[in-house]
Each structure stands twice: as C-alpha cells, then as structure tokens.
Design a protein around this ligand. Structure first.
Ligand code: TPP
Ligand code: MG
Length: 322
C-alpha cells in the first residue's frame, strides 16, 4: 500500500463513523423509519476485509450494513438517501437501513433475517463455480447467526461442495441483549468451523492492519484451494443493538473501556502517526472532508423525492427482457 491507500482506509472509517452519527440524529428526528443498527466500533472489520478483495469478489452481509455499503464504493449521499427512504437511494428507497445493495459493485446486501444470507452466499459461490469464475464470496455475519440452522447448513455444504466462500464472523460479543456465553454452547466461535473441517483463524477486529493481513491470507487461501475458510473478527459495537436499546445486559464501564481503549479509529490514527505515514494535521483534514461529505449527503437525501406510489409493485420480480 502507498500513502494514498493508507489514507483512503482512514477516510472510509471516519466517513462511516460520521455518517452514522448523523443517521442517529435523523432517526431521533423521525426522518428515518424502521430499524437502524449502527456499525460504530466495527468499522475496521469491513474496511479491512473489503479493501483486500478483487473486483470480482462478492460481498454479502446482515442488517448492520451501512459501513459495508461505503466500503463497497456506494457514495455517502446514496447511502443516506436510502436511509431516508428516498428514490435516489441505492435500493430506490425500498430497502432502508437493513437492505442496502448494489450489484454493480458486487454488493449483494443487506439481509434482515439472522443467518438467512449464509445459504445465499453458498449459492452465489456455487453459481461462480458453474460459470468457471475465479471469484470469492465474502459473507459477513454476527456471532448470534452461528446459532441458527442456516449457518450449519451453509458451512456444511460449502465444504462438501468446495465452494469459494470466506465466512467472516463479526463477534461483537452480543446478539441483541444476549452474550455469546449465554447463547452458544461453544463460546470460542471459530471452533464451530472445525466441525465442518473448515480452516479458521481469529483476528483482532479493532486493528485494521491486523484485519487486512488476516483477510489477505484468508482470501488467497480460498482462491487457491477453491474451498471455504472461516475468519472470526473480535470486535465490539459502541451503541445499542438498534436505536432505543436500554442496554441492561452490559455495564457502561465495559462500553466506555472499549470506546476509550479499543476504538478502531484511535488505534489506526496512532498507527499512521507512529509509522510516520501521516501527520495529525492531515488526519484532521480527512476528518473535515468526511464531515462535509456527510453534510452534503444529508442535503442530497432530504431534497430527494420519495418513491412514487404508482411504482409500488415494481421490483418485486426480476423483469425479463422482451
Ligand atoms: C431468524 C431471526 N431470528 C431473530 C431475529 C431478531 N434479531 C434481529 S438481530 C438479532 C441478533 C443477532 O445477533 P448477531 O448475529 O450477533 O448480530 P449483531 O446484531 O451483533 O451484529 C436477532 C435475534 C431475526 N432478525 N431473525
Ligand atoms: Mg453480535
């Protein structure tokens, strides 16, 4: 990576952080409807992993998907418009927070049902094998999803059929209000991959440099062996599960400790300065750029039109050419 690449990663992470702070404010003003699951705290995971993919590699994730959308190259204003349910959003305002997608960027969504996108990931990889395409499907999901039947079916088939899938578990220690220890008989999550003879690794998901190294190795392994690999990223979400979570299942000391000592932005900021890749002034400048981008995104989204009622039944089925 050259300096530009390092700074681009910082820019993406700080853009996600600011975009979500603004989204949280707009939600409280009633401008965003439905659910809103913030990714703050987990930015290094998707930013690190997606920065190592090739253009042909597919990305699919769960509902905590705003950061992934930015990392896949969807402009902030298009993400914001989708959050506000506007026709200029990446899913024409029909998806909202949980259903960001853009197939032209090989981003296959944004899925609300826990674990349901894992068999879809296996299907995408099976399709690539049929077509002889050298693509890796990167499937991201939470710790909670590993207790769902779909997880086990998808992992099993991926091994039996040698599918090119990188399974990425974002272990943020909780599924809604339930800790991993209370929900999972095996709390060392990557051990679950062993049951299906899938090689695995665990990485510090708060350190983007470590995430990138692990992701590079993992993606290369999938591509060269044409079989699945399991990467667990240990991370933490800084906000509640979704908006309005009273967070009785964890202490404020625990949250503050992670926010103060393990902030992925703080860790990367320190790395860039200590390794003399950037000056504090340059990083401040990048933060200002991100803030301006978010302001412009809000203006764009607020002034964009709503989808037309007459189009309500559009996009329910694939429209075949005449
Ligand atoms: C099949 C199914 N069951 C329950 C829910 C309700 N639900 C939404 S998110 C969630 C927790 C999932 O936790 P995890 O996979 O760890 O993801 P995280 O929210 O921590 O990113 C649950 C139970 C759902 N959406 N789908
Ligand atoms: Mg979780």
């Amino acid at each position: 990576m050259d300096k530009k690449d390092y700074l681009e990663l910082f820019h993406q992470m700080i853009l996600i952080r600011h975009l979500e702070e603004q989204a949280s404010a707009l939600y409280q003003q009633g401008k965003i409807g439905g659910f809103l699951h913030l990714y703050s705290g987990q930015e290094a995971v998707s930013t690190g992993i997606i920065s190592t993919r090739q253009p042909q590699d597919r990305i699919i994730t769960a509902y905590r998907d705003h950061g992934v959308a930015i990392n896949c190259g969807i402009p902030a204003k298009v993400v914001m418009a989708e959050l506000l349910g506007k026709v200029t959003g990446c899913s024409q305002g029909r998806g909202g927070s949980m259903h960001m997608a853009d197939i032209s960027k090989n981003y296959w969504g944004g899925h609300a049902i826990v674990g349901a996108h894992l068999p879809i990931a296996a299907g995408l990889a099976l399709g690539d094998r049929y077509k002889g395409q050298d693509a890796v499907t990167i499937c991201m999901f939470g710790d909670g999803a590993t207790n769902i039947g779909y997880f086990h079916e998808a992992l099993n088939l991926s091994k039996v059929w040698n599918l090119s899938v990188l399974w990425v578990c974002e272990n943020n220690r909780y599924g809604m209000g339930t800790s991993v220890e209370r929900a999972s008989a095996v709390s060392d999550i990557r051990q679950k991959a062993e049951g299906y003879r899938i090689p695995h690794e665990c990485v510090d998901g708060m350190d983007i440099i470590k995430v990138r190294e692990a992701a590079q190795k993992a993606i290369e392994t999938v591509r060269s062996t044409k079989s699945p690999y399991f990467l667990e990223a240990e991370t933490y979400r800084f906000h509640g599960h979704s908006m309005g979570d009273p967070e009785r299942y964890r202490t404020s000391e625990e949250v503050k400790r992670w926010q103060n000592e393990e902030d992925p932005l703080g860790i990367y900021h320190k790395y860039l300065i200590e390794n003399q890749i950037a000056s504090p002034e340059e990083l401040d400048e990048l933060e200002k750029t991100a803030e301006n981008e978010v302001q412009e995104a809000v203006q764009f989204a607020e002034s964009s039109p709503e989808p037309l009622a007459a189009d309500l039944y559009k996009y329910l089925y694939v429209e075949m050419p005449e």
